[in-house]
Design a protein around this ligand. Sequence first.
Ligand SMILES: [Zn+2]
Length: 315
Amino acid sequence: MIFMTNKNLLRPAVLGSVGLLLATSTLAACGSTETASPQPISIVSSFYPLQFVAEQIGGDNVSVANLTPPGAEPHDLELTPQQTAAIGDAQLVIYLGGFQSAVDEAVKQEASKTSLDAGQGLTTLAPTQSEIDEAREEGESAPVADPHIWLDPNLMISVAQRVTKKLTALNPGEAKTFAANLTTLTAQLKKVDSDWKAGTKSCESRDLVVSHEAFGYLVKRYQFKQVGIGGLSPDTEPSAAKVAEVSDFVNENDVKTIYYETLVDPKVAETVATETGANTAVLDPIEGLVQGSSQDYLSIMRTNLSNVKKGQGCK
Ligand SMILES: [Zn+2]
């Protein structure tokens, strides 16, 4: 009977990874009277790339619970009451302001003094005038700044620096460990950047046709042009007119590859590919990992590079 009760309490579908964090903290608290080992810093991250940075910098000195479960798409995340409580309980909440409105709201209510907005201080890409006009014409709400900063590895370095600063303030005794981890991660991200730069220097096509406009920072850094079938968020179904417009673009500019994503239905990309005779390939916006994935940010960026080199005819 006791076993059954425990199992029910920890059922992951209900509590998700935040539930596991709470369980871990409780166990650590029970043991702390007998052993002097310090508890890891409890962190809640709002989606995968921020979890990745927190774990790389914090190592064994942090315990990270991610609000967006594997396989889920983070843009429209809704929070359970347990997750909102976990945001209030965490020593540090790492999120990206303007990306997930439910998280923005919960941070404001529960964690205004214990949170880090990963995008704060970074120069974000503002919506273009044509995007503003288009939204107005279609009666949609005003477009926001592009949130997808993590797809530029150089901006990830800035995020990692700020996470390091926060963790050092929370546990000054591990300052050297955090600094060393930052050095390692910075070198890894710089390698991704230099590989992308070298690998995409000379390509037959610089038009990246993608299913949603997640790649603004990536195309800016590596000098491609992004043509999105969908907008900044993947949930908005593109109109037939938009699909036709992109198909015309693909035909006129001899685009060979349409990119789709791991967490979103590839139907829209496939429609354009079928209409134009182009191929499809994955370009992962790393908004989350697929369930059971053994990949991480760095390995996905490498796979993305090899797919783009192939799809764009880079030498
Ligand atoms: Zn996105």
